[in-house]
Design a protein around this ligand. Structure first.
Ligand code: FAD
Ligand code: N01
Length: 541
């Protein structure tokens, strides 16, 4: 059994969040250990190696801003970088800033227990290693706990299986095979065209049709890169104050206030940008007013009909069950075109639901299918899954997972009442997945680092969110969300993709600029809503 180490801080996870958090805590002079379940750094970009995996935020925007030198020396090659390129970037960052020496790979944290007497956490890994630390920072990822379909019999299936979020490092090919893909979210929509290129026969099992825009990916123009590199500082500042981490003029017009012909032209221009928010940011009310939303949704459906030659198939691929934008929008390269190929088939699981897996394939309520390989593109237990998978216990042994049974409760998505000195990077009830996540990650890491420095310079043992401040934030997040159409969708934003999960709008939709201002004001106001416990002060009663 390895010995017990004592450090200032433990960070769980070594993706964009964990790497930068380590960098910042080192700057503060804290001794820090990072535990990462994967055998390499990179998080999302380490695990999701499926064909076609790439970013849907442009490379020049989806990158760290904390080091101007890094910004200048790194060369992105495409508008939307591939998984390989982002992973290469993160490995470069880990090496360039000498981060690897404090990171334990292949080490999954199984518990984090708070001792109120010593005001320290004990963190235990799956190998039984224990570390005690003043601070624990969960950089466990909002889309890292993957999920399989909740259908019996998978253990009996004898063919190959792959999950998009656990693709593995060996090359996977589908030449000449009969392949199933289950799931048509961003991962499915990205991998289906490439799997179709190899498979002899491909059947796509769709539970909910999704909205997707052609990405218009292309090599980056060196002149555009040079221009960005010349003005990066101003661009980064604009990112920080923007709505979703990519600078853009906010729309002011209402969709139905303009003549139909003009609206269509605006939608065409938005669509042609090849950006996830290209269409929904055409007008100010698309995520608020059902009729405005429907005008944009119908425009997107017309694009599907223009590509898919079989009208019935086009209709089956057309989303009808949720407002556009309230499930994560997708960017694709040739997704709808793929369905015009004779060896590609669609099964609508709303008409004929999945019943079970069999030794040779699967069965729906309609018939049995045989496959050589099944690809699961079935997504994640988003935002809370990776946190709840760890036995986190705060004051009085209270379990985080139990505290959150009716939905997560946090202060700012960063801190939790009853769990002192514990921080969550891009945690539930922060902008997180409704933003360019690198902007949100950097903001959280910097805020957490400042908070840790504040605790230490005050000579305090612990900082903790008050239940009142937490309750106020939970209410504010719900109120802001309820003004939008998001609660109408059965989305992972609402926890609806995981049976039994509480239905709560998990991210904060106030916008990254506004949210940053709130966080900064709270810090400037002597960490309003937090209590500090002096070193040597008796344990909380
Ligand atoms: P992650 O990258 O998820 O890293 C968390 C790490 O924590 C993982 O490596 C995991 O193994 C580790 N971990 C979790 N639990 C434990 C434990 N108990 N013990 C030890 N280690 C643990 N966002 C965007 O803004 N734009 C995009 O274009 C975009 N594309 C995406 C594409 C895909 C395929 C996916 C899945 C997500 C995408 N995202 C995108 C969201 C993406 O997750 C974030 O942008 C970002 O990479 C998150 O970084 P992170 O470090 O917070 O989390
Ligand atoms: O997961 P998803 P994902 N039976 O949850 C279906 C980011 N990302 O991995 O919609 C049958 O979106 C499920 O159906 P339904 C991005 O934020 C970005 O694709 O729940 N089907 C859905 O169709 C994204 O949103 C990129 O009814 C089942 C699919 O599986 C997030 O990660 C690329 C099922 C899951 O879609 C998650 O994306 C990839 C069941 N039991 C990911 N369970 C970029 O492009 C689930 N499904 C940047």
């Amino acid at each position: 059994m390895p010995g017990r180490q004592s450090v200032d801080a433990v960070i769980v996870g070594a993706g964009f969040s964990g790497l930068y958090q380590l960098y910042r805590l080192r700057e503060l002079g804290l001794s820090t250990r990072v535990f990462e379940a994967g055998d390499g750094v990179g998080g999302t970009w380490y695990w999701n190696r499926y064909p076609g995996a790439r970013c849907d935020i442009t490379s020049l925007a989806y990158s760290y801003s904390f080091s101007p030198e890094l910004e200048q020396e790194w060369e992105w090659t495409e508008k939307y970088p591939t998984q390989t390129e982002v992973l290469r970037y993160l490995n470069h960052v880990a090496q360039r800033f000498d981060l690897l020496r404090d990171i334990s790979l292949g080490a999954r944290v199984v518990s984090a227990l708070w001792d109120d007497t010593t005001a320290r956490w004990t963190v235990t890994t799956d190998a039984g290693e224990q570390v005690d630390a003043q601070f624990v920072i969960m950089a466990t990822g909002v889309l890292s706990a993957f999920k399989l379909p909740e259908v019996p019999g998978l253990d009996r299936y004898r063919g190959r299986t792959h999950h998009t979020a656990r693709w593995g490092t060996d090359e996977v090919r589908f030449d000449g095979l009969r392949v199933a893909v289950i799931g048509t979210g961003s991962s499915g929509i990205q991998c289906i065209p490439l799997i179709a290129e190899q498979a002899a026969d491909l059947t796509v099992f769709q539970r909910t049709a999704n909205f997707s825009t052609p990405a218009g990916n292309r090599p980056l123009d060196p002149a555009q890169v040079a221009e960005m590199k010349g003005s990066y500082r101003a661009y980064r500042e604009a990112q920080r104050t923007s709505w979703y981490g990519v600078p853009a003029e906010p729309p002011t017009e209402l969709a139905l206030s303009v003549p139909g012909r003009e609206r269509l032209a605006t939608y065409e221009a938005g669509w042609a940008k090849g950006e996830i928010v290209g269409l929904i940011s055409c007008y100010a009310d698309i995520l608020i007013d059902p009729a405005a939303n429907e005008s944009a949704a119908e425009f997107a459906r017309s694009k599907i009909r223009a590509v898919v030659t079989d009208p019935e198939l086009a209709e089956a691929l057309s989303p009808r069950t949720f407002p556009i934008g309230t499930k994560r929008l997708c960017l694709d390269t040739g997704y709808y075109e793929t369905f015009n190929q004779p060896h590609v088939h669609l099964v609508d699981l709303r008409e004929t639901p999945l019943v079970e897996f069999t030794p040779v394939g699967l069965r729906t309520t309609d018939r049995e299918f045989e496959f050589d390989a099944i690809v699961f593109a079935t997504g994640f237990d988003a935002m809370t899954g990776a946190l709840n998978a760890i036995n986190v216990r705060g004051r009085d042994g209270v379990s985080l997972a139990e505290e959150w049974a009716a939905g997560p409760r946090t202060y700012l998505g960063i801190a939790i009442a009853g769990f002192p000195n514990l921080f969550t990077v891009t945690g539930p009830l922060s902008p997180s997945v409704l933003s360019n996540m690198i902007v949100s990650i950097e903001q959280h890491v910097e805020w957490i680092s400042d908070c840790v420095a504040h605790v230490r310079s005050a000579g305090s043992a612990a900082i903790e969110a008050t239940p009142e401040a937490e309750a106020g934030w939970v209410q504010h997040v719900a109120e802001v969300g309820s003004v939008t159409l998001f609660p109408r969708a059965d989305s992972w934003y609402m926890g609806a993709n995981v049976p039994g999960k509480a239905r709560v709008f998990l991210p904060y939709i106030g916008g990254v600029g506004t949210y940053r201002q709130i966080c900064d004001e709270i810090a400037a106001d002597n960490y309003r809503g937090f209590t500090l416990r002096a070193a040597g002060e008796p344990a909380h009663t």
